[in-house]
Design a protein around this ligand. Structure first.
Ligand SMILES: [Zn+2]
Length: 276
């Protein structure tokens, strides 16, 4: 990452107050509900630490590096049941009467593309203002089929833009894709991923072309969708989907076919809808 940019980011990060969200126009019970997630206290740390008991059948230190999508019932939970992904039932979503648009200020420079063993991951820089709080963009990765469903409907592909606030809180913006027209930006990423020499070199990419024009979104609080499945992750799943070609989907599936976690229960959580 550019050192100067990092320094500026650090300065900017010290200036913001976390997290102050105004839900003034939402019902009182929603305020109470949200207060439990948007505490101003220090959030729990998102470290890679795990308890020893979960590694008994493995020699490896970190379980999450060795999980399989075929045996998800064996995944280790390090937190509670407020998990992701979920089915977004649009009928039950509560419209946010004090809407805040997603403000995405992403760098066009891609640092590198790597194979994490469970996803194609793209290292990125930039910032996002989500519900009036500033987050730093860390990386982008993909799942197929989608992890989130909308009214029970799966999509062919889902992009996850992972962000982190200064206090460690994570926020993921999810974009759903269906098979249709080719997506040029995805093509750039996939072609470089399959080429060892190119995958380590910087290149330019307009990330905003991986977003629909209308950025209406569904918001809820859930978890990471891979072990350690840490909770208190903010989710922003865009209502409108994009397209990728069948050929691009097939190319992705050469590396990862079905790297998607099963749908998790909502357990009374509220889904907020914000119209762009
Ligand atoms: Zn993901």
């Amino acid at each position: 990452m550019n050192k100067k940019f990092k320094f500026i980011m650090a300065l900017a990060a010290t200036a913001f107050l976390v997290p102050t969200i105004a839900y003034a126009s939402l019902p009182a019970n929603i305020d109470e509900y949200l207060a439990q997630f948007y505490s101003t206290e220090e959030s729990e740390e998102y470290t890679e630490e795990h308890t020893e008991e979960h590694t008994e059948e493995h020699d490896e230190e970190h379980d999450e590096d060795h999980f399989s999508y075929d045996i998800q019932e064996d995944w280790t939970f390090t937190s509670g049941i407020m998990q992701s992904p979920i089915d977004i039932t649009t009928y039950d979503a509560i419209t946010n009467n004090s809407p805040t648009q997603l403000l995405l200020n992403y760098s066009t420079t891609v640092d590198d593309i790597l194979d994490t063993g469970h996803a194609v991951q793209v290292a990125l820089t930039g910032t996002a203002t989500l519900m009036n709080r500033e987050f730093e963009l860390l990386q982008l990765h993909f799942h197929s089929p989608s992890e989130h469903t909308i009214d029970g409907e799966y999509f062919d592909f889902e992009a996850h833009f992972v962000h982190q606030a200064q206090n460690g809180r994570l926020a993921v913006v999810g974009v759903l894709f269906k098979v249709g027209e080719e997506n040029v930006e995805l093509g750039e990423i996939l072609s470089r991923f399959s080429n060892d020499e190119l995958s380590n070199s910087d290149f330019e990419l307009n990330l905003l072309n991986l977003f629909p024009d209308d950025q209406s979104y569904y918001h809820y609080t859930g978890s990471l969708t891979t072990p350690p499945l840490t909770e208190n992750v903010e989710w922003y799943v865009l209502e409108n989907s994009l397209e990728l070609s069948q050929q691009q989907l097939d190319e992705f599936k050469l590396y990862y076919d079905h790297n998607s976690r099963d749908i998790q229960g909502l357990y009374g959580r509220v889904i907020l809808y914000t119209e762009d």
